[in-house]
Ligand binder design. Sequence first.
Ligand code: CP3
Length: 358
Amino acid sequence: MVYSNKDFPALKNDRLLRAATGKEVDKVPVWVMRQAGRYLPEFQAVRAQHDFFTVCRTPELACEVTLQPLRRYEHLDASIIFSDILVIPQALGMTVEMHPGVGPVFPTPLQSPSEIDQLQEDGAVSRLTYVGDAITLTRHKIEGKVPLIGFTGAPFTLMGYMIEGGGSKTMSKTKEWLEKYPKDVHKLLSLLTRVIIDYLVMQAESGAQLLQVFESSADHLTKEQFAEVSAPYLKDIRTGVQQKLEEKKLEQVPMTVFAKGGGHSLDVQATLGYETIGLDWTVDPVEARKIVGDNITLQGNLDPQDLYKTPEEIKKMTIDMVQKFGKHRYIANLGHGITPQTPLESMTAFTEAVHEAF
Ligand code: CP3
């Protein structure tokens, strides 16, 4: 059966969208980055049968794993579509494999700026329609229980993976590019920005109700570098999505920027036009609020490692965190993705505590 991106079931829990747009909420909304992931036995069961990117590319499977955490945790106030940030380099023609225990691997990463011209920008978003199909299917299957978040990697983070050929502790090759080839770096970041804008608009058109941009590698950047290679593109993405949705007469969707390790640039992040700024656990909630002002929602930021503590300790730390952020313009989350060994009951303790805090 083909599902339509119209006539979705009515939304029954709009806490996330209310918080993102500055409206009053009855309780603080909560969701968790990587909430569909390896800490769930039901996710591992799907992965035992199917390769990682097969799950991403098969709407029924992506939908199934997106819904898994919602079945287990009644307090979750949002879902995030199951996919990966690295589907964009794939759509540009690069090969990306997911190696168990290692992470993503590019057998042939970008080795010199001359290779930028080989990237297949034309038609890239049309090679990602499977993400839109997964979003549309999930919007029907979720029956309006909670909103569905779409996402993308930010240009600098994607460029880093494309140059390093996978995750990197040092990002030494990428930093060499920043030094040696500043013009080519901007050419590549601009290409990625154009694709990302169309990709996010496609996700919104398919039914995504909020869009999050992951600048997960901001922790490698100084404040000066962030202003140079991250912030301008993040801003273009926010403006570009708004303009294209307007042109297509589609409803606007709130957007979140999450720059892991970008705590030094909250002042800059507050000028980028995003409704919500995601924080990692190194940022103090009260300090962050002072810097970004009262018109932006904050999201975060418990250290994922705290989920290895006892449920009692988790509850105490979570309530403390939520009270520091306050009830208004706040979305509770971890400061980065939940890790694979996290005990299942830790998620119960975390999500319950958020709703108990006020
Ligand atoms: O539940 C959700 O949050 C949605 C799913 C999601 C995945 N990846 C699934 C995934 C999301 C939002 C992402 C984003 C993503 N992917 C980011 C940005 C967020 C972040 O963590 O900073 C990044 C950097 C990637 C790239 C990536 N994908 C890495 C570095 C890895 C390996 C590390 C790891 O956690 O294994 C992946 C693999 C990945 N993406 C898994 C999942 C569930 C685990 C792989 C598996 O199932 O074998």
